[in-house]
Design a protein around this ligand. Structure first.
Ligand code: IMP
Ligand code: MG
Length: 175
């Protein structure tokens, strides 16, 4: 069964926005090194492309967490499935996420990372869906602010599918 997917941002639009973010981050971190913490699996595509646009030393680290909940909404009870394998003490951490929805997952993760003694923790998210926020999360760098739609592509999935789409689209499951 095929789901109907409508393009919201083309690959060209995403590339352009990532180049802008990379330039902004490079400028604001001038003279520093960045430790990127990519939140798997959804942020992998974005994190790689963003890292390529940052003209400073960037270490790439990965974390995976799951949030108990149903298919389209997180519960706030977050479990770390794959943790960082190195200390982040005194590092400038840039957390890279695919989307901030209710904010529950990121609130939990940021609290954990801040407790590990980094020099600094900032957040960069490809997408921000502010209409659904239930807990405040400050996003330092945002790709696109989007309405309350279910998004796939560019790393984001619907039941593990569509992560490989080169664009960002809205999925309307076929009934
Ligand atoms: P939050 O805790 O509600 O902010 O959940 C954020 C996580 O839910 C993201 O990292 C995604 O994995 C997932 N998510 C939220 N909205 C979408 C969406 O529109 N498409 C795909 N995944 C989403
Ligand atoms: Mg995610």
């Amino acid at each position: 069964m095929a789901d109907k997917i409508t393009v919201m941002y083309t690959e060209e639009e995403i590339n352009k926005r990532i180049a802008e973010l990379g330039a902004q981050i490079s400028k604001e971190y001038t003279g520093k090194e960045i430790t990127m913490v990519c939140i798997l699996k959804g942020a992998a595509t974005f994190a790689c492309e963003l890292a390529k646009r940052i003209v400073l030393p960037v270490e790439m680290e990965y974390m995976r967490c799951s949030s108990y909940g149903n298919e389209t909404e997180s519960s706030g009870v977050v479990k770390i499935d794959l943790d960082l394998d190195r200390s982040i003490r005194e590092k400038n951490i840039l957390v890279v996420e695919d989307i901030i929805d209710t904010g529950r997952t990121m609130k939990y993760l940021l609290d954990i990372l801040r407790g590990r003694g980094p020099a600094d923790v900032k957040l960069c998210s490809l997408l921000d869906k502010p209409d659904r926020r239930v807990t405040e999360v400050h996003i330092d760098y945002t790709g696109f602010v989007i309405p309350d739609k279910f998004i796939v592509g560019y790393g984001l999935d619907y039941a593990q599918r569509y992560r490989n789409l080169p664009y960002i689209g809205v999925v309307e499951p076929e009934v």
